[in-house]
Design a protein around this ligand. Structure first.
Ligand code: HEM
Length: 218
């Protein structure tokens, strides 16, 4: 039969291996869902929610314009071969939103296959917000797949809702599937018994330290 101290020690070691040394602390573990926000420039911010299980990304774009808002995905970082969406709110409050492709500089052509889903387009004085979703891969050659590697957002805003030359534009290098470096995430890992949600917490480690201390006190 084990002594009380031995039992505490065994329990503490088991707890350490389950928590402090668990894969949730390792760089290899990736959250199934995460959210990230990047301010591409003073007047244009993109936030996105990634769901690796459904392979869907929800984008929220907030731009300082009452004209059109464009967001594109392009390895080139330019309009060349860019997968682009353009949306906005007309003066009569109707909304518009299209999935497009730009072969180069000029008005991006509307794709035959529309693979983005508009959730909402709203406008307040001086500001337009677009919320839309898309799958990682659409199967359309005119769209860029979202993969775990660096690409570029390209962005543009119009001074009006006429889809014509932009008032401002730019590009921003990003790996869309890379989590933000700071912030708390809830990690889901698959165990033999199914999915187990583990909240990253220092509580278990603190408990372990307490138990070890207890062992030496008695
Ligand atoms: C709507 C019609 C559009 C027209 C007629 C147009 C035209 C042009 C032209 C002539 C240039 C070169 C001059 C300059 O720098 O301004 C350019 C550059 C650029 N445009 Fe557009 N554009 C359009 C839409 C867009 C959209 C929707 C985006 C992003 C979503 C975009 C992103 C860019 C970027 C990043 C550049 C600089 C890199 C490059 O030269 O390709 N444009 N555009």
């Amino acid at each position: 039969m084990y002594s009380k101290s031995a039992m505490i020690l065994i329990f503490a070691v088991a707890l350490i291996s389950l928590t402090c040394g668990s894969p949730i602390d390792s760089a290899e573990t990736r959250a199934d869902t995460f959210s990230r926000t990047e301010k591409l420039t003073d007047n244009y911010t993109v936030s996105w929610d990634v769901d690796r299980k459904t392979q869907i990304v929800k984008f929220t774009v907030v731009a300082d314009t009452e004209g059109y808002v464009g967001l594109g995905f392009a390895d080139s970082g330019t309009m060349k071969d860019a997968d682009i969406v353009i949306g906005g709110v007309n003066p009569d409050k109707t909304t518009y939103f299209t999935d497009r492709f730009a072969a180069g500089q000029g008005v991006p052509a509307v794709d035959d296959k529309q693979d983005y889903t508009l959730v909402s387009a709203t406008e307040e004085p001086g500001k337009t917000t677009l919320v839309f979703t898309r799958p990682f891969a659409t199967g359309d050659a005119k769209d860029a797949d979202i993969t775990d590697k660096k690409t570029n957002f390209i962005w543009a805003i119009g001074s009006t809702d006429d889809i014509a030359h932009h008032a401002d534009r730019g590009s921003f290098a990003v790996n869309i599937l890379e989590e933000p470096s700071t912030g708390s995430t809830t990690t889901t890992t698959e165990g033999s018994g199914g999915a187990v949600n583990l909240q990253i917490s220092s509580l278990s480690c603190a408990l372990t330290v307490f138990l070890i201390a207890t062992k030496y006190l008695y």
